[in-house]
Ligand binder design. Structure first.
Ligand SMILES: NC(=O)c1ccc[n+]([C@@H]2O[C@H](COP(=O)([O-])OP(=O)(O)OC[C@H]3O[C@@H](n4cnc5c(N)ncnc54)[C@H](O)[C@@H]3O)[C@@H](O)[C@H]2O)c1
Length: 257
């Protein structure tokens, strides 16, 4: 029970890594606040946690809406008295080389992936600062560190999240708040399945190509990232501040040939 008694809010936890993390956090004794745009998926995560004997509630909200994020912070604090851990997980993909992108496509990726970290944090930080305690986990990606073809907007957004994490850590360390980032490699989730279907003529061949660039030879699973998130959310990582944590099957620092 590594998160016993902790109140943890995970954005975008109706699917993929967020859902896997919500289930793991609850197994570790956390009370989980599930947030998502998609109400049916968010409620399904809550139902699964409750079926397993855990404690969870769903708060709908779009991470790009200041009004909805302010309301979410208010409802979470009203329900549980505090939020100990904010996991800014919600994000979308963006495919295309820079010259192929229109400004509205660029803006959408920036808004969800960067403002989607800024807004939940903005409205939950004051209560963490008041209590002089808190933990924020921001979802970056190993693409913040390595160049990958045709991901200009996505890479820029995840690089910004990593820079923002370090900057936030400096500002909030005096309040006893830790801020760290997760940098996953390719993790098999609905996000990646959709990307494979829409970006490649032969998705099976694409999966083989992606696997071949991993030292692991395999894609990651949501649980791989969820386990790292549990570590960052727990007191075990108490000396980690402003750090990137890689969960990438070796793709960032290894070379497969
Ligand atoms: N899957 C990967 O390979 C991978 C690798 C590195 C980083 N990531 C990052 O991990 C995070 C989760 O990715 P995933 O693969 O689990 O994706 P996913 O699409 O399976 O899940 C994302 C969830 O976020 C929700 N969401 C999207 N926009 C939202 C918004 N504006 N407000 C609230 N919720 C919103 C979606 O409804 C969905 O339930 C993303 O930030 C992604 O960039 C994923």
């Amino acid at each position: 029970m590594r998160l016993n008694g902790k109140v943890c809010l995970i954005t975008g936890s109706g699917s993929g890594i967020g859902k896997g993390s919500a289930l793991r956090f609850a197994q570790e004794g956390a009370s989980v606040i599930v947030n998502d745009l998609n109400g049916d998926q968010g409620e399904a995560t809550v139902a699964e946690i409750k079926k397993n004997g855990g404690n969870a509630v769903f708060i709908a909200g779009d991470v790009t809406s200041p009004e909805e994020m302010e309301r979410m912070a208010h409802s979470a604090i009203q329900a549980f008295g505090r939020v100990d851990v904010l996991f800014n997980n919600a994000g979308i993909s963006g495919v295309g080389a820079l010259h192929e992108l229109e400004l509205d496509q660029w803006d959408k990726v920036m808004r969800v992936n960067i403002a989607g970290v800024f807004l939940p944090s903005k409205y939950l930080l004051p209560s963490m600062m008041e209590r002089r305690s808190g933990c924020i986990i921001n979802m970056s990606s190993c693409i913040a560190e390595i160049g990958l073809a045709r991901r200009a907007s996505y890479a820029a957004s995840k690089g910004a999240v990593l820079a923002l994490t370090k900057s936030m850590q400096v500002d909030y360390a005096p309040y006893g708040i830790r801020v760290n980032a997760l940098l996953p490699g390719t993790i098999m989730t609905p996000f990646v399945e959709k990307y494979l279907q829409t970006s490649y003529d032969d998705p099976e061949k694409a999966i083989l190509a992606i696997k071949s660039r991993q030292l692991s030879g395999e894609l990651g699973k949501p649980e791989d990232v969820a386990n790292a998130a549990v570590f960052l959310a727990s007191d075990e990582s108490g000396f980690m501040m402003g750090s990137p944590l890689y969960i990438d099957g070796g793709v960032t620092f290894g070379k497969n040939a």
